[in-house]
Design a protein around this ligand. Structure first.
Ligand SMILES: [Zn+2]
Length: 242
């Protein structure tokens, strides 16, 4: 049980820093904590709500709160926000204009980072499978970690960029450009094979984008073919005695 659950709440009126991380009972961060500037409520497995009255907060760590669906947009003084692994979180409010550090890795429902977060210097958004864009308005970024965000098509410049398995970004490891020769070969197979019926369809751009995206069937087949060939090229396999 944490200080909020232990009560009485009045005893927390003047508290400015509170750590209630890992409390198994906590459901709501209550309205009364209006003086709080620092709140750590990470890994509170039943937490559903953070009061919108906590407007003085500059630091919030709500990592690993699986039932937390939103962070109130009234917390406009936030400078640091850690919300990794919040499975229900769909957005970061665009009112957080003072935010300099945002760590929102492994939020499977997060689709975007607001372009209003222009003060950001550090953004860690790795393994957000639905994140499709990071705005280029984030001109102060020093550190960007977007590993495994497979839908990203563009990222802003940052001094330190960690970006693997972002298939659609040119020039990164495992990028689409690196796989392109294999995908082209697959495309030729489709064209010259006995797929006459599809010939007209497969020339369209929309179809090709649909089929050959690395996460779709064409891309996966190309990958398997590539792996099979790489396997066959290894000398130790040829020497194996049957
Ligand atoms: Zn508690």
């Amino acid at each position: 049980m944490c200080r909020i659950c232990a009560g009485p709440l009045e005893s927390l009126l003047d508290v400015t820093e509170l750590n209630c991380a890992g409390c198994p009972d906590l459901v709501v961060i209550p309205d009364i904590l209006t003086r709080l500037t620092t709140l750590n409520c990470a890994y509170c497995l039943r937490l559903t709500t953070i009061s919108s009255e906590l407007v003085a907060l500059t630091f919030l760590d709500c990592t690993g709160c699986p039932l937390l669906a939103s962070i109130p947009s009234t917390l406009t003084h936030l400078e640091r926000l850690y919300c990794m692994g919040c499975f229900l979180l769909t957005s970061i409010p665009d009112t957080f204009v003072a935010l300099t550090r945002l760590t929102c890795s492994r939020c499977p429902r997060l689709v975007s980072v607001p372009d209003a977060l222009i003060a950001l210097t550090s953004l860690v958004c790795s393994d957000c499978p639905r994140l499709a864009s990071i705005p280029d308005t984030l001109v102060h970024l020093d550190y960007l970690d977007c590993n495994g965000c497979r839908l990203l098509t563009s990222i802003p410049r940052a001094q330190w960029t960690y970006c693997y398995n972002c298939f659609w970004l040119p020039g990164t490891a495992n990028s689409f450009a690196v796989r392109l020769p294999y995908l082209l070969r697959l495309q030729r197979w489709f064209r010259t094979g006995k797929k006459q019926v599809f010939k007209r369809v497969i020339r369209t751009r929309a179809f090709n984008e649909f089929v050959f995206h690395p996460d779709r069937i064409g891309g996966k087949m190309a990958k398997r073919q590539m792996e099979a060939e790489l396997g066959a090229m290894r000398p130790e396999k040829k020497q194996r005695v049957e």
